[in-house]
Write a protein that binds this ligand. Structure first.
Ligand code: OGA
Ligand code: MN
Length: 267
């Protein structure tokens, strides 16, 4: 097993692992530690069946079954497929194309999400990540102090029409295991701040968003075939690419995806 840094400001890469079967404690521990230390972890060369990928996910947490049944893998509901295959719905192709953290609009958001690259396009298939620990550290003192007292209102797709429940999360949410401080959910689904009128809240959130999405805290992951990429949703924002339907010179991009809840400890 080899471990090194990814080429950006954060992220780590493992080579020489085999995720097709159960992992021993030491290997699992090294992966979890790397996620907590580096926020994004890429494990190269994992040609996994959906069942093997789901079994790997279960070693990191409790898989969450997505509500949209038509994008789940047959017989393995813990796995869904992101795909730009012609005829697939827009949300399956471009649903992740905005900066967000997974399931922030629920009371119990995802801890980790992982993708297994089944088909990688020659250009334009990257996932963007933004390090929210670095964003928090870069805040000027005044904004950093103020952030501690802000509770953000989130709603599915940022809706304000009451069609989905509003859920509240602190803007600074120390990591459940490591305690590292980071901005949390400073984009996308935010619809306001508790105890503040909407115009004032939009201005305040706009200030934090500039730090959350600053280029200096971003890393774009360029996939190789069969990468498994895992990210920590507590400490990062991410965005998928905008894709055209495959065919006529547009390459397919197909990713299997597992999202889990729960925070493994490291020992
Ligand atoms: C996701 C997501 C981004 C991508 O699966 O949650 O946002 O690059 N995916 O496909
Ligand atoms: Mn996502």
């Amino acid at each position: 097993m080899g471990q090194q840094r990814l080429p950006g400001a954060f992220g780590a890469e493992f080579t020489g692992l085999d995720l097709t079967g159960p992992l021993d404690d030491g290997t699992l521990n090294a992966i979890v530690q790397a996620i907590y230390d580096h926020l994004v972890v890429c494990i190269r060369d994992q040609d996994l069946t959906p069942a093997q990928f789901a079994a790997f996910g279960r070693q990191l947490g409790e898989p969450m079954v997505h509500v949209e049944k038509d994008i789940l893998v047959d017989g393995v509901p813990e796995v869904l497929t992101l795909s730009n295959a012609d005829g697939r719905p827009e949300r399956q192709r471009n649903g992740g194309n905005h900066w967000h953290t997974d399931l922030v609009f629920t009371e119990s958001p995802a801890s980790f999400t992982m993708l297994n690259a089944v088909a990688v396009p020659r250009v334009g298939g990257e996932t963007g990540f933004a390090d929210q620990c670095a964003a928090y550290s870069a805040l000027p003192d005044g904004l950093r102090d103020q952030a501690e007292n802000i509770t953000v209102a989130h709603c599915y797709e940022g809706r304000r029409d009451g069609s989905f429940p509003t859920v509240y999360h602190p803007l600074v949410r120390p990591h459940p295991v490591t305690g590292r401080k980071a901005l949390y959910g400073a984009n996308s689904t935010c619809i306001g701040i508790q105890g503040m009128d909407d115009d004032a809240a939009a201005k305040v959130l706009g200030q934090y968003r500039e730090y959350a999405l600053d280029e200096s805290v971003q890393y774009y992951h360029q996939y190789q075939d069969h990468d498994v990429v895992i990210w920590d949703n507590a400490l990062t924002l991410h965005t998928g690419p905008r894709l055209e339907p495959a065919g006529g010179g547009i390459d397919p991009r197909v990713m299997n995806r597992v999202s889990v809840r729960g925070w493994p400890t490291v020992h």
